[in-house]
Design a protein around this ligand. Sequence first.
Ligand code: ADP
Ligand code: MG
Length: 660
Amino acid sequence: MTLENIKGLGPKNLQLINKLGIYTIDDLINFYPFRYDVIERSNVDELNDGDKIIIDGIIESVPSIFYFGKRRDKMSFKLNTGENIFRVDIYNRGFLKSKLKIGTNITVIGKIDKKHNLIIVSDISFGAILKTKIEPVYHTTYGIGITTIKKYINSIIDKYHTKSLLPDYLIDKYKLMDKDEAIKIVHNPTKLNELNKALNRLRYEELFLFMCKMNYLKNNIQYKEGLKRVVDKSKVYELINSLEFKLTDDQLKAVEDIYNDLTLPYRMNRLLQGDVGSGKTIVSFISLYINYLGGYQGALMAPTEVLAIQHYNNIKKLFKDYNINIELLIGKTTKREKNRIYKELEEGNVDIIIGTHALFTDEVNYKNLGLVITDEQHRFGVNQRANLKNKGITPDVLYMSATPIPRTYALTLYGDMEISNIKTLPNGKKDIITTIKSEKDIKDVLTSMYNELKEGHQVYVIAPLVEESDKVDFNNVYELEEKMNKAFGKLYNIGVLHGKMKSDEKDEIMTKFQNNEIQILISTTVVEVGVDVKNATMIVIFDAYMFGLSSLHQLRGRVGRNDLQSYCILISNHETERLNILTKTNDGFKISEEDFKLRGSGDLFGVKQSGDMVFNIADLKRDYNLLLKAKEDSIEFLSSSKVNDNLELIDTIKKSFALD
Ligand code: ADP
Ligand code: MG
């Protein structure tokens, strides 16, 4: 069964729930409330307007119904609660009318409006008298509300079976409830103690699985013997001193860390963290040089072709006077060219290879791969750590990421890695001035763009869609091209870039933008990570509310790449409050924490790629004690013979890292 089978779930809502990270029925069932509102019975006198209320009463008037639109209605009647007579309004529940006879005892749940002696009711209960009402609250996004999401979940929840991966002895040990039941309760709780048990059941399983993965990973990858290189450090510093800029202290420290790792005989497993624009790329190039001097091949993998091509061009430039053989390998490299590169890699003629995922497909064999660097690691997820190992090669590994992870999480997620941090941006970098505009202020935006363009600077314009869609109403690249052409076509060159283009087209456009032959680049988020055009000083992002804060911060990082004042304009008619943090800070760390608070950990790592690291229902801070328990249990489990009785669990763990 797929999401499309759900009654009433059309293409528009499908796109919206995709935005919430829901792509499959599994995702939907596992889309848990992030909070519960508990409404207690309380004294009407103590309530303020707008407060939630549960109250019993007797129906005193025949309900009247107004219909509006096709399927909407509003019903009103009088409710005598003993002390007051309230008017009750309830929406879209017209079908209940026949049950609401005068004299019937009911309990209503809703919001009170004392001034008008009114209760706007969300739920009516007959018979059993409710003490408290627990309302699950789900994350939503503009265009889709909680009621709709709940409706989708409840339309499948009874038919759905979720496999539990917990070993039986642990279920017995903690007397955990059945998983299907727990899921039902979590979505439709009636009693608090039951809800807590259900939450605990699901959180424990999630944490246990996570700790198993972490421990498995540690046992299998860490402490491996590595390559030992002899590298003349003065050669490394010759390169550093020949650069057109001086490395920052943090960059130097990172280079030293990496030099030590590569020359000592254990395997490097290092994360290089630094905010957008902190200068990680040059550190990676120097690392590749150290590895080269040590006599090994090196690979740098980027998440997008655009970025791979940029790295390739830059590293070629850096080493143009060196006798180092550098190649580019991406999905769309011609077959003939690929075959040539495969051969040269195998024969050891290529020293450094730059590329995308294409670097680690089955056809590629290295002669003596010593170092693998992944740029924008958070885009790949942890899985691919293991892919490198599939071929029986165990190179040193450096991960680079601009997504700062709050400390508690970093420890757990990257617990088995060393970390180098680049905390300061290169000298002379100014904060990017960020403003929020609504689409009707487009004239102001064009004026601001013009002010930059006439200084000889360049501008990015970002849209969420490539082309017009009949399903959703967001700006698209081609429509914006038309708009920009009208405004600036006579004065400036305008280029379009998106993921559906062929890679040589992308390359051509990026090169033109890099060389200032194009002044306005209209693009999708293919430029989100890594792209570096120093003369670009403004980025205008349409439908900004469509993006997560961390993505916007990354996009904004495309400007401010030299010492010119740069600007970011977020165009949004919605959710401007959420976007506000970007106007207040340029600190990626603060922004990601905010993102984290708003949307949970999922968004930090991109939506899907890194499913393994995302907690759905557990929270490392809140559930810390449960985590410790899970940790202990997982260590005991993995080192016991119980492993043999739980092969499916072990299989899941292995698969999530592609280890075997
Ligand atoms: P990121 O960490 O986001 O990958 P980059 O490596 O792309 O950042 O660097 C951002 C920009 O800063 C690039 O244009 C790069 O050439 C420049 N840069 C890097 N290090 C320094 C430095 N120490 N001094 C001045 N500019 C630098
Ligand atoms: Mg980068």
